[in-house]
Design a protein around this ligand. Structure first.
Ligand SMILES: Cc1ncc(C[n+]2csc(CCOP(=O)(O)OP(=O)(O)O)c2C)c(N)n1
Length: 556
């Protein structure tokens, strides 16, 4: 049958399952419900897609988000209408923050009752408002004829720069309706946004005058590793957001990494005579709420024109995909820029000082940080982190990653996504062990997804930094609320017992000198393992981490 030939009529639910498989989707995350059963039943019957049944929609969304980041492809999550779509919303905020290309297929009540507030079960009359708020784009599928076009439009929107989560609402009666569709679907062609020649020429002229040029790389530059690294080889220095780490190899001497807010970083910015910000929001928690003084002139490259000059006054804006813009710049620049050769050395010193400052604050956890630093990049392990003190101190910067796609953390500062993100990362990268750094407080929000990890035999070491408290909140209470520890000391489970009950191997370390050996053992095991670091027995960090610096809002 030629691609243009139509096949016999089929239910929209079947069409959706077939469309997704045709365009290359191999894995879908979600929670089954009456309102999505026509789709999930078709996925199971067709046997072309692995469905990962999460224990909650928040977990399913975080799994799809992490899967998208690590695989650098579309993540797909299927939820039900009402509470279920609402459950996914918090995790979808993170997918939106990180710009993850996620297709959120959700549902709504029969079209007869839709938008009329007639109290059909699971109905939320203003569900579209909720979805719009947490999506790059919200769409609804209205009828069987429009189903393939709606799917293609939603996938295209999710994958087009700036990428992001797209919510597609499909009424449950429509999922059962029949239509006649093409025999085969092709993935959409995603168009690349090329820069204007005049802007590139202007940027090249500015670069030609600079002696100490810096690149600031954000998550939007993740697809521009080659071009960004070539610019650094030609003479640029580089600093990154935490989401732009690894775009240029983290061990490159001219790479400051995500030590972007240190006094040494500020000194470099003041010395530098040109900065190009590529695919970065210049977030408050990475610029002290835009109080860091950045170099002048400042050039910004972003696929989203609405971001132009949003956080800093800029001298030139280039609306383009990061890779296309940097390649176009390279074509205009000499093979070696006429720059100050000592700049790379100064950057290396600044990085070493940043690492030194972290080390000085770690105390006994230096062993944990160094063990992870020695293994995570070398083993090409996906490195997933929840918002916990260990991430804010050593996880976010000190432990390096081999490639940007292998670094997954909650950019928006929300706790509790890490366990589910680890499942998504491990499903995307089954051959390397995913290492997930979690806090006991954050884990409580996603604890049910440990069972999903066991069921899916997901290849993960959950490194649980258990201080039996919301540690950072306690530290903030010490620093700002005269030590009144209200609501921050929480009862946590007996983890060995909990793990035994769900078939999750459990290891514990109460002496840091044993950490690296136990970590090796955990990494060598197949499937998921919990490695609990008993912080109450090991003792405190050398310096208390009490949240991001004053004036820099965010969950660190
Ligand atoms: C969804 C969400 N709820 C609440 C917070 C506020 N918050 C930030 S850190 C934190 C405590 C995290 O505790 P834990 O995971 O044990 O890590 P620790 O601070 O002890 O290292 C809380 C409650 C948040 N950032 N996100």
């Amino acid at each position: 049958m030629s691609p243009r030939q139509k096949q016999a009529s089929e239910a929209v639910g079947d069409l959706i399952a077939r469309y997704l498989a045709d365009i290359g989707v191999t894995t879908v995350f979600g929670v089954i419900s009456i309102h999505n059963m026509p789709i999930l039943d078709a996925i199971a019957r067709q046997k072309r897609i692995r469905f990962v049944p999460a224990r909650g929609e928040a977990g399913a969304m975080s799994m799809a988000d992490a899967y998208a980041r690590v695989s650098r492809s579309l993540g797909v999550v299927i939820t039900s209408t009402g509470t279920a779509a609402g459950n996914a919303a918090g995790a979808q905020v993170e997918a939106l923050t990180a710009g993850s290309p996620v297709l959120h297929i959700t549902t709504t009540v029969d079209r007869e009752f839709m938008d009329r507030d007639r109290a059909a079960i699971h109905d939320v009359p203003r569900q579209p408002d909720m979805l719009r708020a947490v999506s790059k784009r919200y769409m609804r599928m209205w009828d069987a004829n429009g189903a393939p076009g709606g799917l293609q439009a939603a996938v295209t929107a999710a994958l087009s720069a700036p990428t992001g989560p797209v919510s597609l609402e499909i009424p449950v009666d429509l999922q059962r309706e029949r239509g006649t569709y093409p025999a085969r679907f092709e993935p959409p062609e995603i168009s690349v946004c090329h820069p204007g020649a005049a802007e590139i020429k202007a940027a090249a002229d500015m670069i030609g005058k600079a002696k100490l040029p810096l690149l600031w790389l954000g998550g939007g530059a993740r697809g521009a590793c080659k071009a960004a690294t070539e610019l650094v080889e030609r003479g640029f220095g580089v600093v990154t957001s935490t989401n732009g780490r690894g775009v240029v190899p983290e061990d490159h001497k001219a790479n400051l990494g995500a030590f972007n807010m240190t006094p040494e970083a500020q000194a470099l910015y003041e010395k530098s005579d040109l900065m190009i910000v590529v695919g970065s929001r210049l977030r408050g928690n990475e610029t002290r709420n835009n109080k860091m003084r950045l170099p002048s002139p400042l050039i910004q490259i972003d696929a989203d024109e609405t971001q132009a000059g949003r956080n800093y006054a800029i001298d030139l804006f280039i609306a383009a995909d990061a890779s296309a813009a940097l390649e176009a710049l390279l074509a205009q620049l000499p093979k070696k820029l006429d720059v100050d050769p000592s700049f790379a050395y100064e950057i290396a010193v600044a990085r070493a000082k940043g690492e030194g400052a972290i080390s000085a604050a770690l105390g006994p956890y230096q062993e944990v940080a160094d063990a992870l630093l020695a293994r995570v990049p070398a083993g090409r392990h996906p490195w997933v982190r929840d918002v916990t003190i260990s991430n804010s101190t050593f996880g976010n910067r000190y432990v390096q990653i081999a490639e940007p796609r292998l670094g997954v953390h909650a950019l928006g500062g929300g706790i509790g996504l890490g366990a589910a993100m680890a499942v998504g990362a491990a499903v995307a990268e089954p051959s390397a062990k995913t290492v997930a750094l979690l806090g006991d407080g954050g884990l409580m929000l996603g604890i049910a997804e440990l069972i999903t990890a066991v069921e899916e035999k997901a290849n993960i070491v959950f490194v649980l930094m258990n201080d039996r408290a919301y540690g950072v909140i306690k530290n903030i209470q010490d620093a700002q609320y005269e030590g009144r520890h209200h609501y921050s000391a929480l009862r946590t489970p007996d983890f060995p017992m909990l793990c035994r009950s769900i078939g999750l191997p459990h290891m514990a370390v109460d002496d840091v000198s044993k950490f690296s050996g136990v970590l090796d053992e955990a990494i060598s095991q197949k499937g998921p393992v919990m490695l609990e670091v008993e912080m109450t027995k090991i003792g405190p960090f050398a310096a208390q981490f009490a949240g991001p610096p004053a004036g820099a809002a965010g969950g660190a």
